[in-house]
Ligand binder design. Structure first.
Ligand code: NAP
Ligand code: MG
Length: 398
């Protein structure tokens, strides 16, 4: 059999611990026998980031911008404990934070459904993709606690010297205050990312805010989304038979619970923080959740949404063949390969990626799965496999 050829490379960002171990197995067993893999390799393992003072992370981000497609393994975000464990020179920044900043991207997370892991919300038949605006609002706030009566004001001093001043409240006793902000440019990028992602996935977009109460702040989100949609996306959405639907956030939540899923839910920062955890938990397992970072100018970085599965790694180091679920990491690779194939017009690569996804889910649906899924599957698993056996089972069917 001749291998599938790739026209262009993808940026390959290797990572840490258990996911790094599985990364190599996935490549060896599921990818390299079938595809003549072309990647630009960046070792984002903690030691390599530390040795290069994070230069390697910036190089990897630049490679994603140049090649337009990247795939990333989970990485350790360093802290005091890791500094000792890995004998680091310094506390390095979160690589995901650096890459998100470099790509000016939005993160989209979607659960992977299998028939025998039932979602708690029975009406959800298709995945709900959550797009979280990852800038501003309460995540960059300024707060005051007061201990006496007084006047609270909101003041903006323009670079042109003009001042805008509004009274928030005449406070008759001690209380609390909070200042938050967002930027038109960031909301525009967020809107473009959401509409582009939805077009790519052929799904509609929902946005909910509380603009009836927050007429200026949330009203600005509503207005910018409406404008970006009208000016740049309406005709493409019409052609694809998709819609952009705006409603109040509480109405959105009520409708989401009764919907059958299959759309992109664009959420303001706080709503996205809360609602993405709700969706992940309702759908069963973190290891069955994909994540992609999309930049407004069309760069894509695929990853698993879970971390490096540290506890399993320590057991692996002691010689145990752990039953760590590789599905989200496999789907990071298939996402990247399918996107590469789409951008390069190589349908055989797209086809391979889809087949690998299909076979992976088939194995689970036939009752062969890793321990995390076996704990929640109905009917019960016919066999609980370790990661190596699970990957071999997929490979044998490919
Ligand atoms: P984690 O790696 O997501 O794992 C937490 C727990 O979730 C595991 O102990 C395991 O539970 C379960 N789990 C997660 N993924 C699994 C999988 N694929 N298969 C089976 N079980 C899975 O989070 P963490 O242990 O808190 O973090 C470890 C490191 O990951 C940290 O250094 C953190 O900085 C990093 N991290 C990286 C990313 C990223 O790169 N995107 C994201 C999050 C965290 P059981 O032990 O009960 O089996
Ligand atoms: Mg959260």
């Amino acid at each position: 059999m001749s291998k599938i050829q790739m026209k262009n490379a993808i940026a390959e960002l290797d990572g840490d611990e258990m996911t790094r171990v599985l990364w190599a197995v996935i490549k060896e067993k599921l990818l390299e026998p079938f595809v003549d893999l072309k990647t630009e390799y960046y070792d984002l393992g903690l030691k390599s980031r530390d040795d290069s003072d994070d230069k390697i992370t910036y190089e990897a981000a630049a490679a994603i911008k140049r090649l337009h497609v990247g795939v990333k393994c989970a990485t350790i975000t360093s802290n005091e404990a890791r500094m000792k464990e890995y004998n680091l020179k310094q506390l390095t920044r979160s690589p995901n934070g650096i890459i998100r900043e470099e790509l000016d991207g939005t993160v989209f997370r979607a659960p992977i459904f299998v028939k025998n892991v039932k979602c708690c919300v029975t009406s959800w038949k298709k995945p709900i993709v959550l797009g979280r605006h990852a800038y501003g609002d309460v995540y960059k706030n300024c707060e005051i606690k007061t201990d006496c009566p007084g006047k609270a004001e909101l003041v903006f001093t323009g670079e042109d010297g003009k001042e805008i001043r509004k009274t928030i409240q005449i406070m008759k006793g001690p209380g609390i205050l909070q200042g938050i902000h967002n930027m038109d440019s960031s909301i525009e990028s967020f809107a473009r990312c959401c509409f582009n992602y939805a077009l790519d996935q052929k799904i509609s977009v929902w946005l909910g805010t509380k603009d009836t109460i927050s007429k200026i702040y949330d009203g600005n989100f509503k207005a910018i989304f409406a404008r970006v949609f009208e000016e740049e996306f309406k005709s493409k959405f019409d052609a694809a038979g998709l819609e952009y639907f705006y409603t109040l956030i509480d109405d959105a939540v009520a409708r989401v619970m009764k919907s059958e899923g299959g759309f992109l839910w664009a959420c303001k920062n706080y709503d996205g923080d809360v609602m993405s955890d709700m969706i992940a938990s309702a759908c069963g397992s973190l290891a069955m959740m994909t994540s992609v970072l999309v930049s407004p100018d069309g760069n894509f970085e695929y990853e698993a949404s879970h971390g490096t599965v540290q506890k399993h790694y320590y057991r692996y180091l002691k010689g145990e063949k752990t039953s760590t679920n590789p599905v989200a990491t496999i789907f990071a690779w298939t996402g990247a390969l399918a996107k590469r194939g789409e951008l390069d017009s190589t349908p055989e690569l797209v086809d391979f990626a889809k087949k690998l996804e299909k076979v992976t889910l088939e194995v689970i649906e036939e009752g062969l799965m890793t321990g995390d899924l076996a704990r929640i599957a109905t009917p019960a698993a016919s066999k609980v496999l370790n990661s190596w056996e699970f990957i071999d089972e997929i490979a044998s069917r490919l």
